[in-house]
Structure formats: C-alpha cells, structure tokens
Design a protein around this ligand. Structure first.
Ligand SMILES: *[C@@H]1O[C@H](CO)[C@@H](O)[C@H](O)[C@H]1NC(C)=O
Ligand SMILES: *[C@@H]1O[C@H](CO)[C@@H](O)[C@H](O)[C@H]1NC(C)=O
Ligand SMILES: *[C@@H]1O[C@H](CO)[C@@H](O)[C@H](O)[C@H]1NC(C)=O
Length: 418
C-alpha cells in the first residue's frame, strides 16, 4: 500500500515538472521579467534551429574583438583570445512589450536557448568544443546577441626563412561544424567585423594586420548546399631585437674576424689563433640557433645556412694558413713557374694588391736576406726563400680576395631582396 502511495506521489511530481505549471499563487507573484522569461522558455527546444520554416537559414553575424594573441612558433600553434559577438534572429523569442510592462530586452543564459555551433576548423588537438556558456541579450524582435570570451588555438605553419626578421601569416577558419550554409549562414557584422581597440600584443610578436574574408564554400559535389567559412588572416611580425642581438650581430662580428685574420701576416701565429677562435664561434652560434629555431620547420632560416657556409670558409682559411706556413719554410729550389709568377706579379700592377709588399717586416726580412748573402751559395739560398715567401704572399692575397668574394656572394644570395 505504501509502495503504491510513493509511486503515485512520484507520478504527480513528475507530471508537474513535465507540464511546468506551477501553483496559481506562485504564478501571480512573478514580476514581469520573470513571467516573460518563463513564457519565452515555455515549450522552447534549444536543440533545433529557431526558424518557423525549416528551409530558411539562420543568419549569424560574427564580430571578433581581439584581446590577446600568443603565438608559439616552435609548436606552430596560435592562440587567439577574443570576445566573439554573435548575433542572430530567434523566431521563438519574440514578444509584445506592452504585455510585459514594456520590457524591450531581457538577459537569458545561453544554455537555455539555441546557439550556433561555431567551430574552428584548423584547430589543434586540444581544442575542446564549439559551445560556450554566457549570458545573452534578447530583444523583443527576437534578436539574440551573445558575446562569449573565447580562446581558439589553431595550427599555423611557420615560415622561418627570414628568421629573425620574419612575418608570419596565420589563418583561422571558422564555420558551422554540422550545418550547411542553407541552415546556418555565418557572415560578418556589416560594420567593423574585427575590432582591435583593446588589443595587447603577446610576447615576441606584434600584430600588423587582420584580414577577414568570407568563403562562400560552394563545391561541385553538392550544388544545393554551401559550406561557408569565415577566414581570418593574422599577419604578425617577430620582435627581432633580442634574436638580432643574440645571433645576427655576433655572426657579423665573427665573419669580420675571419676576414681580418686573413689580412694578417702568415708567419704570425695570432692569425691561426684568431681563425680557430672564429671557427669555435661558428660552432657556438649554430648550437645557439638550434635552441631558438625549430629544426623541423618547413624551411631553414637563412642565417643558419649563412653561418654554416661561413664555417666552411673559416675552416678553409685555417687549412690554407697551415699550407702557406709550410710553403714559406721550403728550402727546395722553386720550379720555374713560381719564379716567373713572382716576376709577373711584382712587375705588374698586381704588386699593389699584395698587401705584404708594404709590410715593413717583410721588406726588412728580404733586405736582411740580401745583405747577408756574401757568398753565391748564400745568395742563392736567400733567393729561394724569397721566392717561396713571395709565392706564399701572392697565394695569401688570392685567398683573401676569394674569401671576400665568397662572403659577398653569400650575403647577396642569402639576404632577401624584397
Ligand atoms: C601574408 O599575407 C599578406 C596579405 O594577404 C601577403 O601580402 C603576404 O605576402 C603574406 N606573407 C607571407 C609570408 O605569406
Ligand atoms: C548567406 O549570407 C551571404 C552574405 O550575407 C549571402 O550572400 C548568401 O546568399 C547567404 N546564403 C544563404 C544560403 O542564405
Ligand atoms: C538540387 O535541387 C534541385 C531542385 O530542387 C534538384 O532537382 C536536384 O536533384 C538537387 N540536387 C542534389 C544533388 O540534391
């Protein structure tokens, strides 16, 4: 008997909840706003599009008010924090203001009413869902405006060729996840589709521009349906002062160091020390860049290629220096072509190019060598040494010019022209 009583009671409660009717004294206590609220939600189903004719589309206007962007160029993801204003017409949320004490507008929770399923299409794996929870504004014409604060994380391939002076274009595509354009039609607000009034730049990046475009999304496969998308292209510039101070300027210094060492006298050991130091510097910079630059990006930063090539030039300079050092100490009589080469160079305008011609230590050395030579054999010996020294100097000048030209070519090919 008791059991039937409980069932009857549950049934009664259930039927009250389902029908939603309340005791009459509660109904009269409601003020106009609450009455409007409960009347609007009476028999309202938030799962279906709020149109009376199923063939008509819900036009959803979108406005992005950008607040903050964080861009992770290593992970190749961009997170856009913004207030997204969504505006559409709900045909079931209309009322006559005079019936409700002239209320023109009312606030409603977004989970009580239908909301568009706006989704980010190029989202990264952690992207949660397209739904949002906020309070929306509804007016008596049925126009609903919701402004949720949303963070969208999208994938953005980075182009690092011009690192650290690179500009990245990140594109985010928004649209309805499951509805066609004939059901839910996403468009921009007529005025100011993107607002950047309160925008703050994220670390390391400066937002230059935002371009918005609506893709109609009509495909040959389905002539009767469209899949419109809202496309936002964010153009961002890297704040390059830090990386430039860290890598670009030191690599210029190290290149100048290599070139200057090549100008030094061959027999000077400082030259070898400087060149080795420069080679070490190249290794350090390549390692340093490896920490900052994603090694797996779609293109390699120019600065990395430049330092790599400069490292090869420096290594060649070290090898050539060692070679020239051994050349100077040769005692064998030089072959004919060496003496004739020396004669040609020292008689022609080429001698002004050979820097060591003006080097006092070298002329002293040759003078000493010539003065000391009393006997014929001594004279011959000094001539041999002089020939080799001259050859080494000529080669050295040649190597310097070649390195200089190689650097010029490297700089002109690697520095972007645009
Ligand atoms: C980025 O987009 C702008 C405008 O669409 C274009 O002019 C520019 O070349 C693009 N830059 C890159 C690196 O793709
Ligand atoms: C959607 O809106 C756009 C622009 O507001 C309009 O050109 C297009 O015809 C609309 N599509 C549908 C299916 O209503
Ligand atoms: C598109 O609509 C037309 C006219 O309503 C119809 O004849 C045609 O079969 C439809 N095409 C597809 C692919 O549904």
């Amino acid at each position: 008997m008791l059991r039937y009583g409980v069932f009857a009671c549950l049934f009664l409660i259930n039927s009250i909840l389902v029908r939603g009717d309340c005791p009459p004294e509660r109904q009269t206590e409601l003020h106009d706003e609450a009455k409007l609220h409960s009347d609007l939600l009476c028999a309202y189903n938030s799962n279906y599009r709020p149109v009376k004719d199923h063939k008509s589309a819900v036009i959803v206007k979108v406005r992005f008010a950008l607040k903050y962007i964080s861009f992770d160029s290593l992970e190749e993801t961009i997170t856009l924090h913004s207030w997204v204003a969504l505006n559409w017409k709900d045909e079931y949320l209309k009322w006559t203001p005079s019936d409700y004490g002239n209320i023109q507008e009312i606030q409603m929770e977004s989970h009580n009413i239908w909301t568009p399923d706006m989704a980010l299409f190029n989202a990264d794996a952690n992207y949660q869902s397209s739904s949002f929870f906020t309070t929306c504004l509804v007016n008596n014409e049925g126009t609903v405006t919701c402004v949720p604060h949303l963070a969208h994380t999208g994938i953005c391939r980075t182009m690092l060729r011009r690192w650290p002076y690179d500009v990245q274009n990140c594109t985010l595509y928004f649209g309805s996840w499951m509805h066609t354009g004939e059901q839910v039609n996403f468009t921009f607000y007529n005025t100011k589709p993107v607002v950047m009034d309160d925008f703050q730049n994220g670390p390391g990046w400066k937002l230059l521009n935002v371009v918005n475009e609506r893709l109609p999304g009509s495909y040959g496969c389905c002539p009767n349906s469209t899949y419109p998308m809202l496309k936002y292209t964010l153009m961002m510039k890297r704040e390059a002062a830090g990386p430039a101070a860290m890598i670009v300027v030191p690599s210029i210094v190290i290149v100048l160091l290599t070139l200057t060492s090549l100008l030094m006298d061959i027999k000077d050991n400082t030259r070898l020390v400087l060149l080795c130091f420069s080679l070490f510097g190249h290794f350090t910079f390549i390692t340093e860049i490896g920490y900052v630059v994603p090694k797996l990006s779609s293109d390699t930063p120019i600065i990395l290629l430049f330092i790599r090539d400069s490292m090869i030039v420096t290594l060649s300079a070290i090898l050539v220096t060692l070679l020239l050092m051994s050349l100077r100490n040769r005692t064998l009589p030089p072959p004919i072509w060496v003496t004739s080469l020396n004669r040609i160079v020292s008689s022609g305008p080429g001698k002004y190019v050979i820097f060591t011609e003006f080097d006092p230590s070298v002329s002293m050395e040759s003078k000493v060598l010539t003065e000391d030579s009393n006997s014929a054999s001594n004279n011959e010996k000094s001539n041999i040494a002089l020939d080799w020294i001259q050859l080494a100097n000529i080669l050295n000048t040649f190597v310097f010019i070649v390195s200089f030209v190689v650097y010029l070519i490297l700089i002109t090919t690697y520095i972007p022209t645009d």
